[in-house]
Design a protein around this ligand. Structure first.
Ligand SMILES: [Zn+2]
Length: 197
């Protein structure tokens, strides 16, 4: 853990509330039973093999648990991952090459400090969607500013399949899918796209 919370990575600017700073809390992955499903967002009817979420909380609320009770409490940066026939994505491999070490619950493995370099395959200052919505897991609070990059990161089928080898909480079954089904909001929130269409 970090002694000083301001030393943690953070995001600000863009379409986030001015002067607010969102501190990195955790990163996790969603996937599906096949390569054609797995993302939790659908863009123009298209789903992707996986969706990565980088969860941040608004620094002024002190921690993630308190922040989820606030409308402007959380910002999640999302990337789509698409399994393809192409070669393995070496940058994403810095994560997926280690998955076999953490198949069992509570196991750990070190990762290289540049294991998030695959994000640099994107132009990070544009071509993303933003809307205000909810957490996609319980308690589903409406506290999230979503930042979703349009262009997927292409990886190999084996790299996506590695996630389906992770074991569930009972350590007997594998996690074949962990994505929430698409929801129909009572009122469709405005969605802003940044960059050229
Ligand atoms: Zn998520």
């Amino acid at each position: 853990m970090f002694e000083n919370r301001t030393e943690r990575p953070y995001i600000d600017g863009g379409l986030l509330p001015p002067t607010e700073r969102y501190v990195f809390e955790q990163m996790h992955f969603h996937w599906g039973e096949s390569d054609s499903v797995g993302s939790e967002h659908v863009i123009d009817g298209k789903t992707y093999s996986m969706e990565v979420h980088l969860v941040h909380f608004n620094l002024k609320y002190g921690n993630f648990k308190l922040a989820i009770n606030k409308k402007d409490g959380v910002a999640v940066v999302a990337f789509f991952i698409q399994a393809s026939e192409y070669e393995k994505c070496e940058l994403f491999g810095k994560i997926t090459d280690q998955i076999h070490n953490i198949r069992e619950l509570y196991s750990k493995t070190p990762l290289e400090s540049d294991c998030l370099e695959w994000m640099s395959l994107q132009e990070l200052d544009k071509h993303y969607f933003t809307y205000h919505g909810s957490l996609t897991t319980e308690p589903y609070n409406e506290c999230v500013t979503w930042i979703i990059y349009r262009t997927p990161v292409f990886v190999s089928k084996q790299q996506v399949a590695a996630f389906r080898d992770l074991q569930s909480t009972d350590n007997t079954n594998k996690i074949t899918k962990n994505c929430r089904s698409i929801q129909t909001p009572v009122q469709m929130p405005p969605v802003i796209f940044t960059g050229t269409v």
